[in-house]
Design a binder for this molecule. Structure first.
Ligand code: GUN
Length: 295
């Protein structure tokens, strides 16, 4: 029976530590979240981010725009936030409506305030072995969780299902930086099970049932990024948990695994950017934050 990779427990510890540091400093970083439209899932995510931030003493402002907002209005707001020294971190919740060019929006964010690490400057740094301002939240949360349980990465075969800019691609690079052998699978991959059966670390970021019986190697580590409601309204992940938890050595639950770690990384990233922008070198010493090993 697999050991549970408990994202809630690690989140609670990291955020309690972060709160102590923020309280002691008497300082309040500011995160601005831009939410376009009224997608219910995005609204839940954004409200969770706000609740978590406020509990910690991070100021969080949600700017909610109607689904038909003009791209120019969003760009003008981002330019304004870039210049506003009271704003430390900017997040544009994805996905955006079709009529808005997502790349134009992301490219407009000042890389020093890019709390997702999605701008070409931060993304390019990650892929060229330089240090970005911050690492994307979900991959960073996954590495924090693997490190917490001392799971070895170097030399292991990591198979990632999903090639998004939010999870699959940056995670692949971050695991490669840690000397894993990495395979990225996606919707065109043939004979998926033949590949997943060779995974020492299997990460699924699909948002649908994808890992079923006979697809995993004994004692592998399973990280399930997917979260959705099944036909009975039950919240579940990409992985058949009943099966996988019998075969794997470690597994993330859904909910309670990767989700809480993504929010934890967002809080850490907000404070990291704040630290770079605002704190003196002496003050930074009191802000040694939980980090992944190639940070
Ligand atoms: N939508 C789903 N995940 C994310 C994320 O990590 N960042 C942003 N900005 N939008 C998302």
């Amino acid at each position: 029976m697999a050991t549970i990779l408990d994202g809630k427990k690690l989140r609670d510890r990291i955020l309690a530590d972060l709160k102590i540091r923020l309280d002691k400093s008497g300082k309040k970083p500011t995160l601005v979240v831009i939410l376009v439209g009224d997608d219910p899932a995005s609204r839940i995510y954004v409200n969770n981010k706000k609740k978590t931030a406020e509990k910690l003493g991070i100021k969080s402002v949600i700017l909610n725009y109607p689904a038909d907002v003009a791209e120019k209005e969003l760009l003008d707001k981002i330019y304004e936030l870039n210049e506003d020294i009271s704003v430390n971190a900017i997040l544009v919740q994805l996905p955006l409506p079709e009529h808005i060019n997502k790349d134009n929006i992301i490219n407009a964010i000042n890389p020093a305030k890019d709390v997702d690490g999605f701008t070409p400057s931060n993304f390019g740094k990650l892929f060229s072995g330089q240090k970005p301002h911050v690492y994307p939240c979900t991959p960073k949360g996954i590495l924090l969780l693997l490190d917490e349980y001392n799971i070895e990465i170097a030399g292991k075969h990591a198979v990632i299902i999903g090639r998004s800019n939010i999870v699959g691609k940056p995670l692949a690079q971050m695991l490669l930086n840690r000397n894993a052998t990495v395979t990225i699978c996606h919707s065109h991959t043939q004979n998926l099970a033949d590949i997943t059966k060779t995974a020492d670390i299997l990460v699924s970021a699909v948002g649908g049932k994808i890992i079923e019986e006979n697809m995993l190697k004994n004692d592998c580590v399973v990280v399930d990024v997917g979260i959705f409601k099944d036909e009975n309204g039950k919240t579940r992940g990409d992985v058949n948990f009943e099966y996988a938890s019998q075969v794997a050595s470690y597994i993330t639950p859904v909910p309670g695994g990767v989700g809480p770690m993504t929010i934890t990384s967002l809080m850490l990233n907000t404070v990291e950017l704040f630290k770079e922008q605002v704190l003196s070198p002496a003050e930074r010493l009191n802000f040694e934050l939980s980090s992944i090993s190639d940070e």
